[in-house]
Ligand binder design. Structure first.
Ligand code: GFB
Length: 322
């Protein structure tokens, strides 16, 4: 398996980059990557031409349009359209080119807004979604169903992993469009630098979130990819095939802000801006499927934030629009 020719879609992103590093560390020697300028994954003909000529044997589909609560709310059309396009093009072209194994990366926002906590894989499609990211969630649900449908109709082995909220080196630190960890890290860091007396945190501070270091996500992705088909099938069902990836532990946004203050050395006030949306009240993954397969997260949030802060200070320009 480690001698296979593997395409990592989205290697310039935080998750795709971490998957490439993990594959290299494990001795994968034939990793294919393409920048956005070299291959636009939203263009079907280009993607089909790429797959037809490459002899790819396995795919990690980590390319996606992603962002935090504000970006999802501001660009709903981009989020649903581009994610659907990328998924349809990559999964469809991979199948046409005879690729047997593919790993699709989704998100915990596929689950209903008020799903019982912690959320099992079986909570999928049991209730209404969180409105702030419904278009993105619908695209990710479609990705899972695309994989399952190719498995059922053509005997493919296309698997899906659903990470909880991710963070780490390589994240997007855009002030408005990023997720909460890079947003707060940047804001607390600037407050320390500029000796500001107050940092604003969006929402009420009460939402609960689970956070997973991207290196853990990359390790889980390669772990699931390498499972023998019988092992994957033993823990999944043909029409409930996705696997949650998380730590099994969550914290409130207010607690996260306190930890962030410690990590960045900030000693001023924290205020909550209730005019900003909270999003889902809680999103904790039930991770026993993956634990039963033999994988557990390694990083604690405190260590992971310190690692990310080290990286951010070395890359202060690490922000893009979305
Ligand atoms: O990280 P975040 O945007 O993701 O927000 P979601 C998490 C929580 O942090 C929300 C609060 O309750 C926010 O209101 N928060 C506080 C902040 N301050 C900030 C800030 O400065 N920036 C941000 N971004 N949040 C996303 C989905 O939802 O989760 C995506 O929109 C994706 O589609 C991702 O699924 C994993 O957990 O609310």
């Amino acid at each position: 398996m480690r001698g296979q020719r593997v395409f990592v879609a989205g290697h310039r992103g935080m998750v795709g980059g971490a998957i490439v590093r993990r594959l290299q560390a494990l001795g994968y020697g034939d990793i294919v990557v393409r920048s956005h300028a070299e291959l636009d994954l939203t263009r079907q003909a280009d993607v089909e031409r790429f797959f037809a000529g490459q002899g790819i044997e396995a795919v990690f589909l980590a390319a996606a349009k992603v962002g935090g609560i504000h970006a999802n709310h501001s660009y709903p059309a981009d989020f649903i359209l581009q994610n659907l396009q990328i998924q349809c093009n990559v999964i469809g072209a991979a199948h046409q080119a005879g690729v047997q194994r593919l790993l699709f990366l989704g998100s915990s926002c596929i689950y209903p807004r008020l799903a019982p906590q912690p959320m099992t894989e079986a909570a999928l499609l049991t209730g209404p979604l969180e409105p702030t990211n419904e278009p993105y969630a619908i695209a990710k649900i479609a990705g899972i169903k695309l994989c399952e449908s190719f498995n059922r109709q053509f005997g493919r082995d296309y698997r899906s992993v659903m990470p909880t909220n991710l963070y780490g080196p390589g994240d997007n630190f855009h002030p408005e469009n990023s997720h909460v960890i890079p947003a707060l890290m940047r804001r607390f860091h600037q407050a320390v630098q500029n000796d500001e007396p107050e940092v604003v945190v969006w929402g009420s501070g009460t939402p609960l979130r689970e956070f997973l270091h991207v290196d853990d996500m990359a390790a889980a992705s390669v772990f699931v990819h390498e499972l023998a088909p019988a092992a994957y099938q033993a823990h999944t069902e043909p029409m409930l095939s996705h696997i949650n990836v998380g730590t099994g532990v969550d914290c409130s946004i207010a607690e996260l802000a306190r930890t962030m203050a410690q990590v960045t050395g900030y000693r001023g006030r924290v205020v909550f801006d209730a005019t900003k949306p909270d999003g889902a009240p809680r999103k904790l993954m039930e991770v026993s499927r993956l634990a039963d397969m033999g994988w557990r997260a390694q990083w604690s949030l405190a260590d992971g934030l310190a690692d990310t802060y080290r990286w951010y200070r070395e890359h202060p320009q690490a922000h893009r629009a979305v």
